[in-house]
Design a protein around this ligand. Structure first.
Ligand code: CP
Length: 309
């Protein structure tokens, strides 16, 4: 049983809640494998996807998750909403509440926006990525993918490489993985490594070799040029040369190591095309697992709402 009507991050989630979501995602994956896309789990509910930033994977998978489980589903793109006329986030949320919406999946450029919304609406708010803060459903789908491959999370070594400073994916993975007993090793240019991440439990490495040695999971991160004011590294070609993940580094990793990336990927910058498309890559499976993980989150939040609200 989840402990809150909302999922705004993994910093405050318990290990039991995370395992419950992963177990439910496995049930959802089994349903999908049977071709079942017309369930009644969310029948009589309504889901809004409220995205103030671009998305392909997260928004589409929330929408499909709602549809496959029988919810009514509506998308609001901020470019065509009353946000453009000056409406505040809280007023937008209250407007949706007045239409008896049950779930709001929100992506916002400002850290904390989903938590603010959650405190001001009766709908369940799911953080679909807030600024440089958290992206909990991405980390949950990543953990689901790791657990499928290795049978457990405890004891895994996970190397996270790249633009960690701007990455909400890295932070949510760190919080979730630590709670389930994995160790997280991070490597980035110094200018892209956030101060204090070691105090949150990450091993900050001085070389990519140190991060990848013996790793079970090697996760590249997207360079987030849209969140940078410039000057954090000389050029994309130099970033790729010195910090991009190349094929030969895998010889240092565990023999069964998998290659992960949350997407969207800048081909040839963060990872070589041969790693992205190679047989160790689970990047497409991550996308499938995103759908079943979001189905799991919605179904568990519905159970919370039925019992507690
Ligand atoms: N991984 C991720 O959040 O992808 P999108 O930006 O396409 O949703």
């Amino acid at each position: 049983m989840l402990r809150s009507k909302d999922l705004t991050g993994l910093y405050d989630a318990s290990a039991e809640e995370i395992v419950e979501i992963l177990d439910r995602a496995a049930e959802m994956k089994a349903l999908l494998a049977k071709g079942r896309k017309s369930e009644k789990t969310l029948a009589g509910t309504a889901l809004v996807t409220l995205f103030y930033e671009n998305s392909t994977r997260t928004r589409t998978s929330f929408e499909l998750a709602g549809k496959y489980l029988g919810a009514h589903e509506v998308n609001i793109a901020s470019a065509s909403s009353s946000v453009q006329k000056g409406e505040t986030l809280i007023d937008t949320g209250r407007t949706l509440d007045a239409m008896k919406i049950d779930f709001i999946a929100i992506r916002h450029p400002l850290a904390g926006a989903p938590a603010l919304l959650a405190r001001n609406v009766s709908a369940s708010v799911i953080n679909a990525g807030d600024g440089m803060n958290e992206h909990p459903t991405q980390a949950l789908l990543d953990m689901f993918t790791m657990r499928e491959k290795f049978g457990k999370i405890e004891g895994l070594k996970v190397a996270i490489l790249g633009d960690i400073k701007h990455s909400r994916v890295a932070k949510s993975n760190l919080f979730g993985l630590k709670k389930l007993g994995a160790e997280v090793y991070m490597y980035a240019p110094r200018t892209l490594m956030p101060m204090g991440i070691d105090e949150l439990g990450a091993h900050v490495c001085n070389s990519m070799e140190e991060a990848v040695a013996g790793a079970h999971c090697v996760m590249g991160l997207r360079i987030q040029l849209e969140r940078q004011k410039g000057g954090l590294f000389p050029s994309l070609s130099e970033y790729s040369r010195f910090y991009g993940v190349k094929d030969d580094i895998l010889s240092l990793a565990d023999k069964d190591a998998i290659i992960m990336h949350p997407g969207p990927v800048n081909r040839g910058i963060e990872l070589t095309p041969s790693l992205i498309d190679g047989d160790r890559s689970v990047i497409e499976e991550q996308v499938t697992n995103g759908l079943v993980t979001r189905m799991a989150v919605l179904s568990l939040l519905r159970e919370y709402r039925e019992k507690n609200l």
